[in-house]
Ligand binder design. Structure first.
Ligand SMILES: [Zn+2]
Length: 204
């Protein structure tokens, strides 16, 4: 699970599942939508102090926006810059929606035993000693949401096409996890669940 210097690594995130990985400060990681229309939930932790985490709410205030763009730095719960957006071929991502969990499928759709991003994160982050209670709100890569004139939260179709990607530069040592969201019951996840690929370029 440790990052190695000066090499790249490609991790397949199978449809509906998650993978965790480490990126050292100065390294890069890219999340690519293999077939298009797939949301990737991202959570990240300071590898040197796992109580410090990527925080959508602190990022929103730091940027004075509910959206981010290339050049922006995403913040932690301690308001420190954690990762910088260095490339983004889509430009529509979400920082408002919590990760799906069992209750989302049960309460809102009456479906039991559905896979979920929270359960996925719990599974893949266990080797770092992280429990469900420590998992923060995610950044939802490629998820397309908007706020209506009356403050309505609007779900829109995912715009990413095959090969679309977003690249982050690590501003601290990171432990990250990406879940290829298994939501298949509304417009959020498109008509089917597909793979993502994470490519890590380890820094010097
Ligand atoms: Zn999900």
């Amino acid at each position: 699970m440790g990052a190695e210097k000066g090499r790249s690594e490609e991790i397949l995130v199978p449809a509906g599942y998650a993978r965790a990985f480490a990126v050292r400060k100065g390294g890069f990681f890219t999340v690519t939508d293999v077939e298009g229309g797939q949301i990737g939930d991202l959570v990240a932790f300071n590898a040197d102090d796992l109580s410090e985490k990527l925080s959508p709410s602190h990022t929103r205030l730091g940027l004075h926006s509910i959206k981010f763009r290339v050049g922006d730095a995403l913040r932690t719960n301690l308001r420190r810059p954690m990762m910088e957006i260095v490339e983004d071929t889509v430009g529509t991502h979400d920082m408002l929606i919590p990760a799906c969990d069992e209750q989302r499928y049960l309460v809102d759709y009456g479906v039991e035993d559905h896979r979920s991003c929270v359960a996925n994160f719990e599974e893949v982050l266990a080797p770092w000693g992280l429990s469900r209670a420590q998992i923060p709100d995610p950044l939802n890569i490629f998820e397309n949401t908007a706020v209506g004139p009356g403050g309505e939260l609007v779900h829109l179709p995912v715009l990413s096409k095959a090969g679309d990607r977003i690249t982050f530069r690590a501003l601290m040592n990171l432990v990250c996890a990406v879940s290829a969201c298994p939501m298949d019951l509304n417009i959020t996840g498109g008509d089917r669940i597909t793979d993502l690929v994470v490519t890590i370029e380890h820094g010097d």
